[in-house]
Design a binder for this molecule. Structure first.
Ligand code: PGA
Length: 250
């Protein structure tokens, strides 16, 4: 039985005061024996600060790690997986479509970042998903299969790796795929994980859905076969809506 994961991606939101208030709200609502795992990924400026707050029952993660295998050195602006771990975070996202779109991250780069995270002992959420043009030309399944194959390192296990399927056209737009489309993609992703890592690992690995998840559509999306949780952007910026989504797990 895969325990569902409710993950919040705060993106580039959170000056110190906002982040402190949001983290405090979320951590106050969390209880030790929730029937789901919960993860928050604040931006790098407040990551250490959030990770240092008592956060029992909630994991804290980064939104990205550096591509270089070095843990330090001449890489201006980069933050290594070792540094993320040093801040007290235990998870990280990699390969978010905004990284792919605005920073030219390829599947090969995403795979290297995932490996760096795993080698540092972080749990990694690898984000994949097709663009609108790819969806409209019938290439969605092919694209997410290739992304899965090319981004998941051989070192990944069901414990240190989670996949998040986020159709690019559904992120921040209020649009969501049909449950049939979500089911089709998630089954294809699991099948592709099996090819890379074997069926036993594929059966255990969590595959999240992300893209305009809201309290209103959470139950429907979280009940789709092979959907093992949600990666939430906008609705994770308020403790109430974040937990309202999590409530749909019960
Ligand atoms: P959204 O973002 O929930 O605001 O659509 C999801 C994401 O990009 O992770």
């Amino acid at each position: 039985m895969r325990k569902k994961l409710i993950a919040g991606n705060w993106k580039m939101n959170g000056l110190k005061a906002d982040a402190k208030a949001l983290a405090a709200d979320i951590f106050a609502k969390a209880t030790p024996n929730m029937p789901f795992d919960m993860l928050v990924c604040p931006p790098m400026n407040v990551l250490g600060f959030v990770a240092e707050l008592p956060h029992s029952g909630v994991f804290v993660g980064a939104q990205d790690v550096a591509e270089t295998i070095k843990s330090n050195g001449a890489f201006t602006g980069d933050v290594s997986a070792a540094m993320v771990k040093d801040l007290g975070a235990t998870w990280t996202l990699v390969g978010h479509s905004e990284r792919r779109q605005y920073h030219g991250e390829t599947n090969a780069i995403v795979k290297q970042k995932a490996l760096n995270a795993i080698n540092e002992g972080l749990t990694v959420v690898i984000c994949i998903g097709e663009t609108l043009a790819e969806r409209e030309t019938g290439k969605a399944v092919e694209v997410v299969r290739a992304q899965t194959r090319e981004c998941v390192p051989n070192e990944a296990t069901a414990e240190n790796c989670v996949i998040a399927y986020e159709p690019v056209w559904a992120i921040g737009t209020g649009k969501v795929p049909t449950t049939a489309d979500v089911a089709e993609i998630h089954a294809a992703v699991r099948d592709e994980i099996a090819k890379v890592l074997g069926t036993e690992t594929a059966d255990k690995m969590r595959i999240l859905y992300g893209g305009s998840v809201k309290p209103e559509n959470a139950k429907e999306l979280l009940n789709v076969e092979n959907v093992d949780g949600a990666l939430i952007g906008g609705a994770s910026l308020k403790a109430d809506s974040f937990f309202a989504i999590a409530e749909a797990v019960k």
